[in-house]
Ligand binder design. Structure first.
Ligand code: ATP
Ligand code: MG
Length: 574
């Protein structure tokens, strides 16, 4: 394409509301424009990159046996009522009415629509398994849209759904998608890692998030420095410690101490002059309407997702004041396990503590020298806390480290959650009616593009990896008013086009400096500079965006060299 004809409005100014580098660069490079909060338009350059990602996804999904469909974005409320999500989904679901006063929503995801489609058309085991995918616009009314297209409200997603006759089949479908995702992100040229994610009630290792490593990432990832263990912080497991059986010899007599208006761990620690690690935090949770006391060491944090999964609760929240008073007999801030008459579960962190400090279940009182087994009983010890750097790896002897990442994809075994609620069944070999087992698999298209920029930029702009580059080459005549320079540039441009290379000819009547700055900003991997001096010797300059390295090639050789580089960089990612 000729630059002079391109709609490529680049800019030097850093947009004031763009917090992350990818958002700044996508705006400056003329890739996107914000229409309103969390809603963006893609300009030609940005849309080319989107299509590159989509193409890689399509190829790998098709290779894995998935088939492309296109489902409606407008979805009737009835389907969401059937699955039970109409009331559950909350404000992220944009709802509206049509002229006949019927309720609809804009699809934030498509489990309901696909399950409806499949239940109507699939009748027997002979039609299973099936994996259907689409690349389509989603709408989620995010509370805080931010980071440009990384967390926006309207965005493109590839979503696939698998339907299987049995568990073993569902697991095979999952493995296939897991492998396809690895191929997709590798081919996109990303530094990424699949991490174990929370799989809610399904359990097991059937939920992975694909994380692109980046400082600006919203997710904390836990990984082992020694083995391949990696997990989302929400899910990161903590190994069960060895039980110390010789604790009793150190037990001191329990004492009750007046602690007026002393409630928080910090206040108790300061008032009693004990370290937070000697204090036991007693949290009262409301698990599906029932109170439950959860104990953890004062210096550590409860992971509510673990508590929820451990209790098998559909809903878990911290108890309100009313429930706390009923459960403990005291106002908030004085709960403890001694004498409490609700179920007590405890994190491993307090398993080996002696002479702890806890609330006394009495306003303005705490207890000192509390010991498990003598003063109270624990129903279960479990892994309920948030992992910390330096924790032992749950799989080997290594230590846990933290990095930040951007979730670009998610593979998830759904089980029968939707198929059961929406009665997606089939007739099995034995003539019995059975429920299909589902999996769902998403990739954020725009987020993948932004994540790629977060990993590939310098002070001058974007540095596209070849597979996602909107154009592989830019041919830059230093001065378009020199006929020889222009002639050589046009020839190289035509030759590249003829070979099917995606190329820009920067035919603008601008200073070379301006052209170089734009080429760097938009991140074209290869630049061919045609200048009078080199041309007089029969040479042009080939500059590599990533390394900044430039070399001279004979005008007749440069296209061959460019094609060699492109092929090798595309194959490297394959
Ligand atoms: P997050 O935790 O970041 O909100 P999610 O768990 O809600 O993500 P999924 O429902 O699994 O995401 O959606 C699949 C993919 O869609 C995500 O992996 C991500 O790449 C993309 N995605 C989700 N929400 C957004 C958004 N608001 N803007 C852009 N992409 C998104
Ligand atoms: Mg979300």
């Amino acid at each position: 394409m000729r630059y002079s004809e391109m709609h490529l409005p680049t800019g030097r100014e850093i947009p004031s509301d763009a917090e992350v580098i990818s958002n700044q660069l996508m705006i400056r490079a003329g890739m996107i424009r914000k229409l309103t909060s969390g809603i963006y338009s893609y300009l030609p350059l940005g849309y080319r990159v989107i299509r590159k990602v989509e193409q890689i996804i399509r190829e790998e999904m098709d290779k894995a046996g998935a088939q492309e469909v296109h489902l409606p974005m407008v979805q009737p409320a009835e389907l969401w009522q059937e699955s039970g999500r109409w009331n559950y989904y909350g404000k992220e679901l944009l709802r509206f009415r049509d002229r006949n006063d019927r309720d609809y929503c804009l699809g934030p995801t498509h489990e309901e629509v696909i399950t409806d489609l499949v239940r109507n058309d699939i009748k027997t085991y002979r039609q299973l398994p099936r994996n259907l995918y689409q690349i389509q616009t989603k709408f989620r009314d995010e509370v805080r849209p931010r980071f440009g297209v990384m967390r926006c409200r309207e965005f493109g997603m590839k979503d696939a759904y698998s339907f299987d006759a049995d568990e073993a089949g569902a697991e095979t479908s999952y493995e296939k998608m897991f492998a396809a995702y690895n191929s997709i992100f590798r081919r996109c040229g990303l530094k990424y890692r699949p991490v174990e994610a929370d799989s809610g009630s399904i359990g097991g290792s059937f939920s992975h998030e694909f994380m692109v490593m980046a400082e600006s990432g919203e997710d904390a990832i836990v990984f082992c420095e020694k083995c391949s263990y990696a997990a989302n912080l929400e899910k990161a497991e903590i190994a069960r410690p060895e039980k110390n059986v010789h604790l009793e010899k150190d037990w001191l007599p329990m004492e009750s101490i007046e602690t007026p208006a002393v409630r928080t761990i910090e206040e108790v620690s300061a008032f009693l002059n004990v370290l937070p690690r000697q204090i036991v935090k007693t949290l009262i949770f409301n698990a599906d309407g029932k109170p439950c006391a959860v104990l953890i060491r004062g210096d550590q944090e409860i992971n509510e997702i673990k508590v929820k999964n451990y209790l098998g609760a559909a809903e878990l929240t911290l108890a309100d004041d009313d429930m706390i008073v009923k459960a403990t007999g005291a106002p908030r801030g004085f709960a403890g396990a001694v004498g409490i008459n609700v179920k007590v579960i405890a994190d491993y962190s307090i398993m080996n503590l002696v002479n702890m400090v806890t609330g006394a279940n009495k306003e303005d009182y705490h207890l000192k020298n509390v010991n498990i087994g003598r003063d109270f009983q624990v129903a279960f010890f479990a892994d309920l806390r948030v992992s910390e750097p330096g924790d032992a790896c749950p799989r080997c002897t290594g230590a846990i480290k933290f990095v930040r990442g951007i979730e670009v994809g998610h593979v998830f075994k759904l089980g029968t959650k939707y198929s059961k609620a929406m009665k997606a069944s089939y007739l099995d070999r034995d003539g019995k009616e059975k429920i299909m087992i589902m999996g769902c698999y998403g990739i954020g298209i725009g987020r993948t593009v932004a994540a790629c920029i977060e990993q590939n930029f310098d002070q001058n702009g974007i540095i596209w990896p070849m597979p996602l580059a909107p154009y592989a080459v830019i041919v830059t005549p230093v001065n378009i008013n020199e006929p020889d320079v222009m002639k050589a540039s046009e020839d190289i441009y035509a030759e590249l086009l003829a070979c099917g290379v995606e190329v820009i000819l920067d035919d603008r009547d601008e200073r070379a400096g301006v052209k170089f700055k734009d080429a760097d900003l938009i991140g074209i991997p290869l630049r061919i500079v045609v200048g009078l001096k080199n041309l007089a010797q029969g040479y042009v300059e080939l500059k590599i965006r990533r390394t900044g390295k430039s070399s001279l090639y004979a005008t007749g050789d440069v296209v061959r060299e460019v094609r060699k580089i492109i092929t090798s960089e595309l194959n490297e990612a394959d």
